[in-house]
Design a protein around this ligand. Structure first.
Ligand code: ADP
Ligand code: MG
Length: 699
């Protein structure tokens, strides 16, 4: 990597520096206003930006442009148009107008809409999101856009995310004004998503139908070694992995993605990448791009990057930690305890708002991370349980208790007491958290939501978080409205006292992986929505529909469409897994078992023909075992096929998903047990696919 990194960084991004140098001053100012305040963009400004963008893109080797968007699938979508425009004399010019920049009209009929768009109204449109910078990838100018139906309903993840950021901005700014902090004009949310992934050899990958079609292994006996030696986490990087990571960093940096930390994770062949945080919208786009580039760079290195939440049974799966906070346009992190009592009051109000939001909308947070893949992790003693609770740390928990009980907080460690006229305790940042079992942990100056799976966009959890916190702040604002400045501290004290009494049940500082906690959580009345079909019905519960519609994040129709899309997606995912497994067993593994049995049988009969009366005990024993397993595999296969057909034919979307969850998944487990046992008896040379040992330890 001989290149100058600062020069390389963002070299493929139409960033502020490029905009300033390429745009006339007044146009630049108008665009900045749109980006910062969300004001309407006039067509002359759009035209001017389009010209600058096109020039810059062509200078950097681009020939095409695309509106890049995030439909309700798990991937991003793009349709490329070239800049060429025939001039009528057999020549072309390179052309790109403001109208083309601002709006596109892709055919929307083949994207999931959950019944929002009748097929005769197949048109959808994409609208430029100027708050996320355009970039160049593979000779094409990528323009981040929102994707809506022709009548304006959101068909994507960006539209509601932008709406939720706007809602939170309004609620948070209003609260700051009430607290007397009138300087602040804007509050953004910030996100830093830590991304886990696996790397496997490409040639081995190709030999596994389950990895190719499902992204996870459906059968496979454990390797002799797993993660029990705890020698992979933060371990030395193998040369092939290290070369990959270097290349990956460089590609990400070119796109202005601030990749910062990389290390080996707990499971063999598992790794993690974390960027420096950014505003939520940009962080979401960057995470999508990061996942795509991870796969692309792996391919160049003869490897495949697995982003599935549970590629291998018996070792950890992959998640994504959503580090989240709020920042003012004056540069203050609202979840930073701060140094003065006034800052502390502010901090406590925002902290309490998050606690209230998480308690009241824990079901939505659970749903925001629900998928067939992530169901394998949550509650599996490697990831947080499906119960949403908050880790606050001892210090802050004490602070909250002292407010609740009107007792003075006795200082220990870094904590300072502010006795006297002041009601609220004054304390400084607590840095002691290292509780890794909590789904939602306060980590000094931000919250870390740890239930996310590695594959999904981080948009959903942030839509929920932004909206729920906005709602909590709005409710607090009503309680504090009209309070005189000199009464404010007392009023805040009383407000927090009321709120903590009501919401303290969601705070849990202990080990979230234990059965005792699950029992206690139930006693506390917290949700334990174990699987996706268990969780999703809460999405359309009245209180949640009320939350989203009152904040104008989703219309009722949009809420229902998402409910259907997610349920369908769940069922389809398991249907594909079932089909894949059936094919692997029927066409690959069962024939291997039969071949091996034939070899054993002929060995035994040849032996006795050469030496009559010789013992064939070991052949007979092996043959008996394999016969038994082959029988179980055949029976399991028939059951799986029949139950899958039944599930597939279930009309009601929820009932269908439940059938896949409770019947088909269970069938797959039963079948897998027989397959995995057979695998341990068959010589590697006869196995139709590479073992866990090869997949996990060959790089
Ligand atoms: P750890 O999770 O090990 O404590 P760090 O504290 O370094 O690691 O942060 C992890 C992630 O949190 C990084 O992506 C970092 O940029 C992000 N982060 C740090 N501060 C904030 C913030 N105020 N808002 C959002 N994300 C943040
Ligand atoms: Mg972390």
């Amino acid at each position: 990597m001989a290149q100058n990194i600062p020069e390389l960084y963002g070299s493929l991004v139409f960033n502020d520096k490029i905009m300033r140098s390429k745009l006339p001053k007044d146009m630049y100012k108008a665009l900045k206003k749109t980006i910062e305040n969300g004001t309407h963009l006039e067509l002359d400004v759009a035209n001017s930006v389009a010209v600058a963008m096109k020039e810059w893109a062509i200078e950097n080797g681009a020939t095409h442009y695309t509106h890049w968007f995030q439909p309700m699938t798990n991937v991003t979508a793009e349709k490329h148009d070239s800049f060429i425009s025939p001039t009528g004399d057999g020549q072309v010019i390179m052309d790109f107008s403001g109208k083309e920049l601002v709006k596109g009209e892709p055919d929307a009929s083949s994207f999931p809409s959950g019944g929002l768009r009748a097929t005769f109204e197949a048109r959808g449109y994409t609208a430029w999101d100027p708050t996320s910078p355009a970039f160049i990838k593979d000779g094409t100018l990528y323009i981040p856009t929102a994707f809506c139906s022709y009548s304006g309903e959101a068909l994507d993840k960006k539209t509601p995310l932008l709406r939720s950021m706007d809602t939170l901005n309004k609620a948070a700014t209003n609260m700051l004004h009430i607290l007397g902090n009138t300087e602040v004009k804007h509050v953004s949310t910030t996100v830093g998503p830590e991304q886990e992934y696996f790397l496997v050899d490409k040639e081995l990958y190709k030999e596994r139908k389950d990895l190719v079609f499902c992204g996870r292994t459906l059968i496979g006996a454990p390797a002799p070694k797993g993660q029990e030696m705890e020698d992979h986490y933060f371990g030395t990087l193998k040369p092939r992995v290290s070369a990959y990571m270097h290349d990956l960093d460089e590609e990400l940096w070119k796109l202005g993605i601030p990749a910062k930390t990389k290390h080996n994770e707990v499971a063999p062949a598992q790794h993690e990448l974390a960027p420096v945080f950014d505003t939520t919208n940009v962080a979401v786009d960057h995470n999508q791009l990061t996942m795509e580039i991870m796969k692309k760079v792996a391919d160049k290195h003869g490897m495949v990057c697995l982003l599935h939440e549970k590629p291998f049974e018996g070792i950890n799966g992959s998640g994504k930690h959503n580090n989240w906070s709020m920042i003012t346009d004056t540069g203050v992190n609202l979840l930073d305890p701060g140094k003065t009592p006034a800052e502390n009051i502010q901090f406590l109000v925002f902290l309490m708002a998050v606690i209230k939001a998480v308690d009241e909308y824990a079901d939505l947070l659970r749903i925001s991370v629900a998928s067939a893949g992530n169901d394998h992790r949550l509650g599996a003693n490697e990831a947080p349980p499906a119960v949403v609770s908050i880790f606050l740390g001892d210090e802050l928990t004490e602070v909250m208790k002292s407010i609740e009980n009107d007792t003075y907080f006795t200082s220990h460690g870094a904590v300072q007491m502010d006795i006297g006229a002041k009601v609220l305790p004054h304390f400084v940042k607590d840095n002691t958290d290292r509780n890794r079992t909590s789904p939602f942990a306060f980590t000094g100056n931000k919250f870390e939501f740890r239930m996310l799976g590695s594959t999904a966009s981080v948009a959903n959890p942030n839509i929920v978080l932004n909206t729920a916190v906005a709602e909590a702040l709005d409710q607090f604002a009503k309680e504090l409205d009209g309070v005189a400045p000199e009464e404010m501290e007392h009023a805040v004290h009383e407000l927090i006292k009321r709120a903590i009494k009501k919401h303290k049940r969601v705070i849990f500082n202990g080990n979230g992986y234990t059965d005792e906690w699950i029992a206690e959580a139930e006693a506390r009345g917290l949700y334990n929505l174990k699987s996706t079909p268990d969780a999703l019905p809460m999405w359309i519960a009245d209180k949640n529909v009320e939350l989203f519609t009152s904040h104008k994040i989703f219309t009722k129709e949009e809420i229902h469409s998402r409910y259907e899309i997610w349920l369908e997606n769940y069922s389809k995912t398991i249907n594909i897994e079932s089909n894949t497994m059936a094919e692997m067993v029927q066409k690959d593994l069962l024939p291997s078992v039969l071949t091996y049995m034939e070899q054993i049988a002929s060995t035994a009969s040849m032996k006795t023909s050469v030496v009559p009366g010789i013992s064939t005990e070991s052949e007979a024993a092996l043959l008996t075992k394999l016969t038994d397993l082959a029988g179980k595999m055949t029976a399991g296969l028939e059951t799986l096929k029949a139950d899958t057909a039944k599930a597939l034919a279930t009309e009601d979307v929820l009932e269908c998903a439940k059938a896949y969850q409770s019947v088909v998944l269970a069938d797959m487990e039963t079948l897998r047990a027989a397959c995995d046992e057979a695998e341990t008896l068959i010589p590697d040379a006869l196995l139709p696919y590479p073992t866990y040992g090869k997949l996990l330890f060959s790089i």
